[in-house]
Design a protein around this ligand. Structure first.
Ligand code: GAL
Length: 682
C-alpha cells in the first residue's frame, strides 16, 4: 500500500523516543465521516499525537464471516496521519461480532455456578474456546496484513483489559484445557496427587479426565487445585495474547506491542505478561472524591514501571472527569485530572492517555466522561485537556529520564492467590492490604518504591519489604537469603513463608524457610475476633495499636524491638531484628495502624541510613533523572498552599521560574530541574 498524498508528519516509529505521547481511545465507528475530520482538527488543537483505534471494531471490520470492510478505517487512519496523529491500533478482539457468538454459542463464558454469560456486551468469550482463538487469529492476520505499511501505525494494542468482567471460565472446553495444562505441569498423576495432597478427603485421581475445574461444589475445594486453576486461568488469557502477538510480530516485527493492564488486577500474573510486551500500559481510574486515592494511584504507577523493568510505560486510560460505572460518578475537580497525569509522568510514564476522545451518544458508556464532552469544546474539561496537551508537548526533555528507587516491595501473584483462598486462620488477612500498609508510609515519606518479583535480583536495593509473602519457591528463598547475607535489609511480616509452590505448609515452626534468616520461630497464630484488639510496647517505650493478628513468636537469636502488651502471649516479641550474614532482617508479627507502621519504617530507615526526600503534608515528591539532570516532581494534593524555595541552580520547568518561591495551590504541580551532581561537578 502506498501513501503518496500523505505528509510525513513525523517518524512515528520514534514517537515514544521523541515525545511524550498524548491522546485517548478513539471510536470513530460511532460517528459519521464529517466528525472524523473535525476530530482530527481538534486533536491537533489539543496536542494529541496518539489515539487507540479500533479496540471494539471487529464487527465493523468483519461484518460477516470472512467478509472484510477496511474502507472506513483506511479513511480514518489517513485523516489522522495527515493531522500528525499516530495510531495505537486495537486488534478488535475483546468484542467478538454477534455472528460469531451465534455461530459458536459454546464460546460464551460460563461462571463457576454454571451460568452462561450472554453476548450483547463485550468480553463475552471464553479463553478456552478453540473457535474464538481461530477466528481471532484469522481476523488479526487480515488486520495486520492490511495495515502493515500504514505510516500512522505506531503500536499494536492487543485485545483490551484481559480478564476484565470475566476472570475465569468454567465452560465446556475448560476441562480438557485444564487437564492438558496439569499434565504438562506434573507429567504424572502420582506427581499431581503428591503435590496436591489429594489423599485428603479421598481426592486421589486415577485418570487426568477425573480432574475438574473448581466449579461451585458442596464445600471447599483442595487449595492446591484452586491455586493451579488460578495459574491456569492466567496462562489461558496469556495464550490468547500470545496467539496475536505471534501473528503481529511475524507481519510487523518493528511495531511495538502492548495490552492494557488494570493496576492491581488479581487474576493475571502481570510479571509473566509484561515480559512479553514491548511497552507496559495501564488503565487507572482513581475515585476523585477519595482523598486517599492518590496513594493507590501512585502504587499502580510504581507497579507498572517495575513490571517493565524501569522502562517508560503508558497511562493508557484514565478519565478526564467522571466514569459511569460507579454508583455515584463524581467529577474530577479543576486541576485533578492534570495532577493525576503528572503523577504518572513523575513515576515513569512517557505517555498520558484517556478513555475516550469523544463522549458517546449511545451505548453503555454514553455518560462516561471524555476529552470532548457532550457539551463540546467550549468546556472546562476540553480546556484542561488542551492545556495538558500543550504542557506535555513541551516536556520531551524528560523522555530519556528514569525513576530510581532504593526500596523494593516484593510483589507475588501466587502469594496473593494462595493467601486469599478460603480456609485460612483469618479471612481478614488480605494481600493488598498488607502491601498498602507498607507502601502508604513510604509514600508519605516520599521514599520511592519499586515492586519486584520474589526471584528478581535485589542487590541494588537498600531495603526490601516482603508483605505477606505467603507462598515461596526454593528459588525465592535462596534469592532473599543471599540478598540478606550479602548485606541487604529486609522487613517481612506475618503470613509469610508459610507454603511451598504447591500450597503445602512448611513444617517445624513458621516461617520455615526464613526462620534462621529472621532468628525466630512462630509457634502459633493468634488471629483476633472482630471486637478484639491488642497493643505493642516498643523497646523505646512507645505503644502502638495492634489489630487482626498476633504471631506467637519464640526468639531464636533475634532481638525484640517490641512486645505484645496483652493476652496469653503478653511480653512475647511482636517486632524483631536479626543480624544475618552481613545484613539485617526485621519481622513484624501483627498488623499496625499507620502510626505504628510509621514508627517501624522510620526506625528501619534510620538504622540502615536511608533518608527520605523532604516531606510536606499532602505533597507527593518523586524524581526522574538522566545523566545530566534531575527533575523533582512536586504535587500538592492538599488544600493548603505549598511553597517551594528554589535553590541556586534550580528552575521550575512548567512555569519557567528561575528563582524565588514557587507556590502550589491545591492540585498544582511543579517540576524542579537541577543539574545532576556529577554533571554539575564535571
Ligand atoms: C475500561 C475499558 C474502556 C472503558 C473504560 C470506562 O475498563 O478498557 O473500554 O470501558 O473502562 O471507564
Amino acid at each position: 500500500m502506498a501513501y503518496p498524498t500523505l505528509q510525513a508528519a513525523h517518524q512515528i516509529q520514534q514517537l515514544g523516543a521523541t515525545q511524550i505521547t498524548y491522546g485517548g481511545d478513539y471510536n470513530p465507528e460511532q460517528w459519521p465521516e464529517h466528525v472524523w475530520h473535525e476530530d482530527a482538527r481538534l486533536m491537533q488543537q489539543a496536542g494529541v499525537n496518539l489515539v487507540s483505534l479500533g479496540i471494539f471494531a471487529w464487527a465493523r471490520l468483519e461484518p460477516q464471516p470472512d467478509v472484510y470492510d477496511f474502507g472506513w478505517l483506511d479513511t480514518v487512519m489517513d485523516v489522522l496521519y495527515e493531522h500528525g496523529v499516530c495510531v495505537n491500533l486495537g486488534t478488535g478482539t475483546p468484542a467478538p461480532p454477534p455472528w460469531f457468538s451465534k455461530l459458536h454459542p459454546e464460546s460464551l463464558p460460563v461462571t463457576a455456578e454454571g451460568i452462561v454469560l450472554a453476548p450483547g456486551t463485550r468480553r463475552h468469550y471464553s479463553p478456552h474456546s478453540r473457535a474464538y482463538r481461530a477466528h481471532a487469529a484469522r481476523f488479526v492476520t487480515r488486520l495486520a496484513e492490511h495495515y502493515r505499511q500504514h505510516p500512522a501505525l505506531a503500536m499494536w494494542h492487543i485485545d483490551n483489559e484481559y480478564s476484565c468482567h470475566v476472570a475465569e471460565c468454567f465452560g465446556p472446553e475448560a476441562d480438557a484445557a485444564y487437564q492438558n495444562w496439569l499434565e504438562r505441569r506434573y507429567k504424572s498423576l502420582d506427581a499431581l496427587n503428591d503435590a496436591w495432597g489429594s489423599a485428603f478427603w479421598g481426592q486421589v485421581y486415577g485418570a487426568w479426565d477425573e480432574i475438574a475445574p473448581p466449579r461451585r461444589a458442596p464445600y471447599m475445594h483442595n487449595p492446591a487445585n484452586t491455586l493451579d486453576w488460578k495459574r491456569f486461568s492466567s496462562d489461558a488469557w496469556l495464550a490468547c495474547f500470545e496467539d496475536q502477538r505471534a501473528i503481529l510480530k511475524r507481519i510487523t516485527p518493528d511495531i511495538p506491542i502492548t495490552t492494557n493492564f488494570m493496576g492491581f488486577n488479581k487474576p493475571l500474573d502481570y510479571w509473566q505478561w509484561a515480559a512479553r510486551e514491548d511497552v507496559v500500559s495501564n488503565d487507572s481510574y482513581p475515585e476523585p472524591s477519595d482523598p486517599d486515592s492518590p496513594v493507590m494511584a501512585a502504587m499502580e504507577c510504581d507497579l507498572m514501571r517495575s513490571l517493565g523493568g524501569g522502562k517508560p510505560w503508558i497511562l493508557m486510560e484514565q478519565a478526564t472527569s467522571h466514569v459511569n460505572w460507579r454508583t455515584r460518578n463524581t467529577t474530577k475537580r479543576p486541576g485533578q485530572m492534570r495532577i493525576g497525569s503528572f503523577q504518572a509522568l513523575a513515576r515513569g510514564a512517557n505517555g498520558i492517555m484517556f478513555f475516550q476522545w469523544r463522549a458517546s451518544k449511545s451505548g453503555g458508556e454514553q455518560f462516561h466522561g471524555a476529552m470532548v464532552p457532550h457539551a463540546g469544546t467550549e468546556t472546562r474539561v476540553f480546556r484542561e485537556v488542551a492545556q495538558l496537551g500543550q504542557e506535555l508537548n513541551s516536556l520531551h526533555v524528560l523522555r530519556r529520564s528514569r525513576v530510581h528507587a532504593q526500596v523494593a516491595i516484593v510483589f507475588d501473584y501466587a502469594s496473593w492467590w494462595a493467601l486469599e483462598i478460603e480456609g485460612k486462620p483469618s479471612a481478614h488477612v488480605r494481600y493488598l492490604d498488607g502491601v498498602r500498609a507498607f507502601y502508604s508510609v513510604l509514600y508519605d515519606l516520599n521514599i520511592t518504591v519499586d515492586f519486584v518479583h520474589p526471584e528478581a535480583d535485589l542487590r541494588r536495593y537498600q531495603l526490601v519489604i516482603a508483605p505477606h509473602l505467603y507462598l515461596v519457591t526454593d528459588a525465592a528463598v535462596d534469592n532473599i537469603t543471599s540478598y540478606i547475607e550479602g548485606g541487604g535489609a529486609l522487613i517481612m511480616n506475618f503470613m509469610s513463608g508459610i507454603v511451598d509452590a504447591h500450597n503445602r505448609v512448611q513444617l517445624g515452626g513458621y516461617p520455615a524457610a526464613f526462620r534462621s534468616l529472621l532468628g525466630i520461630s512462630v509457634e502459633e497464630f493468634a488471629p483476633y475476633a472482630e471486637n478484639q484488639a491488642n497493643a505493642i510496647i516498643t523497646h523505646d517505650e512507645e505503644e502502638w495499636a495492634s489489630s487482626m493478628w498476633s504471631d506467637v513468636i519464640r526468639l531464636e537469636g533475634a532481638t525484640p524491638l517490641a512486645r505484645f502488651r496483652d493476652d496469653f502471649y503478653a511480653n512475647c516479641a511482636a517486632v524483631t531484628r536479626h543480624q544475618f550474614g552481613m545484613g539485617t532482617s526485621y519481622y513484624l508479627g501483627t498488623a499496625l495502624d499507620q502510626s505504628g507502621m510509621h514508627w517501624l519504617i522510620t526506625r528501619v530507615c534510620a538504622e540502615i541510613g536511608l533518608a527520605p526526600l523532604a516531606t510536606h503534608a499532602g505533597a507527593e515528591i518523586v524524581c526522574r533523572s538522566d545523566d545530566q539532570h534531575t527533575w523533582r516532581f512536586v504535587q500538592n494534593h492538599s488544600s493548603t498552599p505549598l511553597a517551594i524555595t528554589l535553590q541556586p541552580g534550580e528552575h521550575e520547568l512548567l512555569g519557567g521560574q528561575e528563582h524565588g518561591v514557587v507556590t502550589l495551590a491545591q492540585y498544582d504541580v511543579a517540576i524542579i530541574a537541577e543539574a545532576t551532581a556529577s554533571h554539575a561537578n564535571g
